[in-house]
Design a protein around this ligand. Structure first.
Ligand code: GAR
Length: 317
C-alpha cells in the first residue's frame, strides 16, 4: 500500500517531529515524512531531520508579510508532494489562504486539553486554575487559533506541588505517544473501508428520498420508488479496490472519463456495459465535493419524474 506523504512544520526543538518521524519508520506506518520545514533556518529540529535523511527547508519569516511567507512554505510543501501537513511546535499564526488550501489535511498538537487554554502558558494556567489534569490535544487546523475539531487527547494528572516545568516534561511524553497515533489513524481512514462507507453513506442518504439496501453483497443506494443510483464496493470479486459506482450519462462519457483519468475511473464488472462508472476511493486523496456531485448526478438519472420535475423545469431557464 502506498504511504501518505506528510510534511512537518516546526519552529524549534522538534521533539514531536522526531516522534512522528521515528513512528513513520515502523514497518506498518501508513505515512512517510517527505519534508521537515521551519520558519527558523537555525531550528535544532531541522538539523536532526537532515541527519535522519529527511529533506528539510528553512526560511526566516522576518521582513515578509504573512501571506508571502506562507506562499513560500506552500510551494515547498507542494514540491515535496505533501498530502498532509503536521504542525509540531510551529509557532506561527497562519494566513487564511494557507489554512484554506490545507483544510481537512493539516493537524496541530497543542499542550492542553482543548478547548481549555488556547494560546501560550498552558501548563501554568492549568495549575493556577486548580485543574486536576493538564494534557495535550491533536486537532484539525481551522482559521481560529488552536481551534478546530479535536482528533485525540491524553489527560495528564497535575500532582501536588507541580510546577509548569515538571508538568510540561510529563505532558511531552504524552504528546509523543499521541501525535503519531492520531496522525496514523487520520491518514489511514481514507483507505479504511468502514470509514469510506460511512462517508459515502452520509452523502448518498442526504439526497432526497434516498435509501440504502444491500445488493449482491454491496451496500447500494436507491431512490424510494426509483432505481439504484450508487453502490459502494470494497474488494468485490477480489478485485482489490474500494470504489464508488455511479451512473455515467452514456458510453461516451464513460470512455472519456477512463481515458482522461485512468487512475481514478474504471469500468466496473457487470455494471460497466450499462454505462456505470467506477471511481476509486482507496488512493488516499478523495475529493469529497466531486464525489458528492457524482452522487447527485447519478441520483438525478435514477429518480422518478415526481422528484426531478422541478429540477428539469429549473434547467429550462
Ligand atoms: C510542544 O509542546 C507543542 O505542543 C507546543 O510546542 C511544543 C513544541 O515542542 N505547541 C504549541 O504550543 C502550539 N500552540 P517540540 O518542538 O519539542 O515538538
Amino acid at each position: 500500500m502506498t504511504k501518505a506523504k506528510v510534511a512537518i512544520l516546526i519552529s524549534g526543538r522538534g521533539s514531536n517531529m522526531m516522534a512522528l518521524l521515528y513512528a513513520s519508520r515502523l514497518p506498518d506506518s501508513p505515512y512517510e515524512v517527505v519534508l521537515v520545514a521551519s520558519n527558523d533556518p537555525d531550528a535544532p529540529g531541522l538539523a536532526l531531520a537532515a541527519a535522519e535523511g529527511v529533506s528539510t527547508f528553512g526560511h526566516s519569516h522576518k521582513g515578509l508579510d504573512r501571506a508571502s511567507f506562507d506562499a513560500i512554505m506552500d510551494d515547498q510543501l507542494r514540491a515535496a508532494q505533501a498530502e498532509y501537513v503536521a504542525l509540531a511546535g510551529y509557532m506561527r499564526i497562519l494566513s487564511a489562504g494557507f489554512v484554506a488550501r490545507w483544510e481537512g489535511r493539516m493537524l496541530n498538537i497543542h499542550p492542553s486539553l482543548l478547548p481549555r487554554y488556547k494560546g501560550l502558558d498552558t501548563h501554568a494556567r492549568a495549575i493556577a486554575a486548580g485543574d486536576s489534569h493538564g494534557g495535550c490535544s491533536v486537532h484539525l487546523v481551522t482559521a481560529e487559533l488552536d481551534d478546530g475539531p479535536v482528533l485525540g487527547q491524553i489527560p495528564v494528572t497535575i500532582t501536588p506541588g507541580e510546577t509548569a516545568d515538571s508538568l510540561a516534561t510529563r505532558i511531552m511524553f504524552a504528546e509523543h505517544q499521541l501525535y503519531p497515533k492520531v496522525l496514523a489513524e487520520f491518514v489511514g481512514r481514507e483507505r479504511n473501508p468502514d470509514w469510506l462507507l460511512g462517508k459515502v453513506r452520509e452523502l448518498a442518504l442526504a439526497l432526497p428520498d434516498a435509501e440504502e439496501k444491500a445488493s449482491h453483497g454491496s451496500p447500494g443506494f436507491f431512490v424510494t420508488g426509483g432505481k439504484f443510483f450508487a453502490y459502494f464496493t470494497a474488494n468485490h470479486h477480489q478485485d482489490g479496490t474500494i470504489g464508488l459506482l455511479v451512473k455515467a450519462s452514456g458510453a461516451e462519457e464513460q470512455a472519456m472519463l477512463i481515458d482522461r483519468d485512468p487512475d481514478l475511473y474504471y469500468r466496473p464488472a457487470y455494471l460497466g456495459p450499462f454505462n456505470w462508472i467506477g471511481i476509486r476511493l482507496d488512493q488516499g486523496n478523495n475529493d469529497w465535493e466531486h464525489l458528492a456531485e457524482w452522487l447527485s448526478k447519478s441520483w438525478r438519472l435514477s429518480a422518478p419524474k415526481r422528484l426531478t420535475k422541478m429540477l428539469d423545469i429549473a434547467d429550462e431557464f
